[in-house]
Design a protein around this ligand. Structure first.
Ligand SMILES: Cc1cc2nc3c(=O)[nH]c(=O)nc-3n(C[C@H](O)[C@H](O)[C@H](O)COP(=O)(O)OP(=O)(O)OC[C@H]3O[C@@H](n4cnc5c(N)ncnc54)[C@H](O)[C@@H]3O)c2cc1C
Length: 340
């Protein structure tokens, strides 16, 4: 046993490429695809078992829940072009259902904004993108070190050497890897990322709400979505609830059982306003999820922090506007800045 352990420590393979990208969310995969198109040998290291990051879906036989990002918009020319490719490939679809805003007294419903979702899951376009790249899953980067010959990247199961490195992670996770005292470390430390508790439910009978989702500006829920009213999500009566950043921060270390009880009660309270005089059907909690680093608060930063002389770039939504489009643009900017 002892001998086997010693061997596994010393036999960690050393791999080489032109660019290592850490993180297979929207920013990391956009960066990797861009650098790859520029002729670089790129490897992506991802700690979880699949791509997508915060564009996440929990899928079961009897339902699915997008528990991270809910939809995206496309404003810039470059992201609109990318979204058009995904639309043509059937990887995203417009979400044209009415969305409401609830202020505690009134509901205003509109379908004016152009919104898109991945189909059949939020992460679908990223799964497709990752399939064309060298992505190593279950590979958590634990240390990065710079030397004269480039970057040495240590993971839970391998070692990597590359002249260029892109960290496409939420700011605190980049900060944890960067050398203390460096400009990149200071930049990452300057971003504040708010948490979000999410509750995934199914409801025994249709609620027949006159909208598919609502921004909630009353109480401690911020968003309620009927996931089945997104395209290609037919099974079940699946609902996703998000708590506000303030409530999530105040209850960051609370037990999941407490969180689920509180969010469920709040959901029932809001539903009683929306569906007065109705017997509400039984609701079943399917999953509770804590996003520790859900979204960055606004701060001044470049779209991507590129330090070409160090062969280093930082990317991620926290460098832009805390949205999917921002993550995409940041990833592309990091790759162009580093490899161009
Ligand atoms: C609850 C919630 C709701 C949201 N709603 C919306 C919305 O409606 N519209 C919208 O546009 N945006 C929304 N967002 C934001 C959107 O999800 C993000 O802007 C976008 O997905 C960020 O992509 P990213 O690549 O920057 O980061 P991430 O998606 O977080 O990707 C980072 C990746 O790095 C991996 N990783 C972390 N540490 C390591 C390590 N040490 N080694 C290896 N891998 C590592 C992670 O597993 C992850 O896959 C929402 C986010 C949340 C959480």
């Amino acid at each position: 046993m002892q001998l086997l352990f010693v061997e596994s420590v010393f036999l960690k393979s050393i791999n080489e490429c032109d660019l290592v990208v850490v993180g297979a969310g929207m920013a990391g995969l956009a960066a990797a695809a861009q650098a790859s198109a520029m002729g670089k040998r790129v490897c992506v290291l991802e700690k979880s078992g699949g791509p997508g990051g915060r564009m996440a879906t929990r899928a079961k036989e009897d339902g699915c829940w997008d528990h991270g990002a809910q939809y995206f918009t496309a404003r810039s020319t470059e992201f609109r072009a990318q979204v058009q490719q995904w639309l043509d490939a059937g990887l995203v679809a417009p979400w044209r259902e009415p969305i409401a805003v609830w202020d505690g007294e009134q509901l205003s419903v509109s379908r004016s904004r152009e919104r898109y979702v991945g189909v059949p899951q939020m992460k679908s376009p990223l799964e497709n993108r990752a399939a064309g790249l060298d992505v190593f899953y279950h590979t958590q980067v634990t240390q990065v070190q710079q030397s004269e010959s480039g970057w040495a990247i240590e993971t839970n199961q391998s070692q990597w050497r590359a002249p260029n490195l892109i960290l496409a992670l939420p700011a605190p996770q980049s900060q944890a890897l960067l050398p203390a005292g460096s400009a990149a470390h200071a930049l990452a430390a300057s971003a504040i990322m708010e948490p979000c508790w999410a509750l995934l439910l199914d409801v025994e009978r249709p609620l027949n709400l006159p909208f598919a989702a609502a921004f909630v500006n009353d109480g401690f829920l911020s968003w309620i979505a009927h996931n089945n009213r997104k395209p290609e999500r037919d099974t079940g009566e699946c609902y996703v609830l998000h708590a506000t950043a303030e409530w999530s921060r105040a209850h960051l270390e609370a037990a999941p059982e407490f969180v689920q009880t509180m969010l469920l009660e709040e959901f029932m309270r809001v539903l009683a306003h929306w569906l007065p005089c109705q017997q509400l059907p039984p609701v079943h909690v399917r999953y509770v999820h804590r996003w520790r680093f859900a979204r960055a608060t606004e701060h001044d930063a470049p779209a991507a922090a590129v330090l070409p002389e160090q062969g280093l770039a930082l990317a991620g939504d926290w460098l832009t506007d805390a949205r999917i489009e921002g993550a995409y643009c940041s990833g592309v900017a990091a790759a162009v800045g580093l490899c161009g």
